[in-house]
Design a protein. Structure first.
Length: 232
C-alpha cells in the first residue's frame, strides 16, 4: 500500500476520535518511501497536531465550515470542472467502473470523485498511476490549496503534499480560471442553500460507459504540465 497517500486520504476525511488518536501512525505513514520532503511533513505535522489536540466538536465544525459549506473548497473534484451538469454524471459512472475493474469497492456514502475516496483507491495503485492521476488534477489541487492558504488553514499542507507527489507543476492559466470564481461565505446559510438547490446529479447507466483507466476518466481535468521545481 502507498502509505503517504493513505495518510493524506485520512487527513482529508471527516475528523473522528480514531483519527485524533492516530497521530504516530499518520506521521510514520507520511515518512515512508521518502516521497515527501521534510518541509512538507513538518507542515502536515502541524495539521495532525491541531486535529489530535483539538476538541473533537471544534475540529469537526472547522472541517464542515471549510469543505461542506463552500463549493470553491469542495473535495468533490468534478464539482470544479463540471458543476452539476450531466457531464459530471457520466464522469462519475466511469470513475465507479474504474474502481470496480481494479477490485476497489468504496465503502462510503461519499461520491466517487470525493478526493479522500480517490486517494484511498490510489493508495492501492502503482506510483506511476498515482502521479498520472494527481497530475491531471493538479490545477484543481492548487486552486483549493490557494484558497485554503488565504484562510490560513493548515489543511493547505495536504494539497501541497499531493502536488509534490504529482511530480508536476499546475497550469497557471487553469488555476487562475478556477480562482476567478468568487469565494463562498460559509456563514451566509441562506445563500448557500440557494446555491445547492440545483438539479441533482444522477448516475444512471450510460451505454457508452466502459472501464477506462483513471487518466481517461479525468481527461477533462488534463492539462499540459511543466517539470516540477526542486522540492523544498
Amino acid at each position: 500500500m502507498h502509505m503517504p497517500i493513505k495518510a493524506l486520504s485520512v487527513l482529508l476525511s471527516y475528523p473522528s476520535e480514531e483519527i485524533q488518536n492516530a497521530k504516530p501512525e499518520l506521521i510514520a505513514a507520511l515518512q515512508q518511501g521518502n516521497l515527501l520532503s521534510a518541509a512538507k511533513i513538518d507542515a502536515l505535522s502541524l495539521l495532525i497536531d491541531e486535529i489530535a489536540t483539538g476538541d473533537i466538536y471544534d475540529v469537526q465544525e472547522r472541517y464542515v465550515g471549510l469543505f461542506d459549506r463552500s463549493r470553491t473548497l469542495s473535495l468533490n473534484l468534478f464539482e470544479h470542472v463540471h458543476g452539476e451538469s450531466r457531464d459530471r454524471g457520466g464522469a462519475m459512472v466511469d470513475l465507479v467502473e474504474t474502481y470496480r475493474a481494479a477490485g476497489f469497492e468504496p465503502d462510503t456514502s461519499e461520491l466517487p470523485d470525493h478526493l479522500p475516496v480517490l486517494l484511498e483507491y490510489l493508495a492501492l495503485r502503482p506510483q506511476s498511476e498515482v502521479q498520472e492521476v494527481l497530475a491531471d488534477a493538479a490545477h484543481i489541487l492548487e486552486a483549493v490549496q490557494t484558497r485554503l492558504q488565504r484562510r490560513e488553514s493548515t489543511y493547505a499542507a495536504v494539497l501541497a503534499a499531493l502536488l509534490q507527489l504529482s511530480g508536476t507543476q499546475a497550469n497557471a492559466k487553469a488555476v487562475n480560471e478556477l480562482l476567478e470564481t468568487p469565494e463562498d461565505d460559509p456563514n451566509d446559510l441562506e445563500a448557500l442553500d440557494a446555491v445547492w438547490e440545483e438539479t441533482q446529479v444522477t448516475f444512471g447507466p450510460d451505454p457508452n460507459a466502459g472501464c477506462p483507466q483513471v487518466r481517461d476518466m479525468l481527461a477533462q481535468m488534463d492539462l499540459p504540465v511543466t517539470p516540477p521545481q526542486a522540492a523544498e
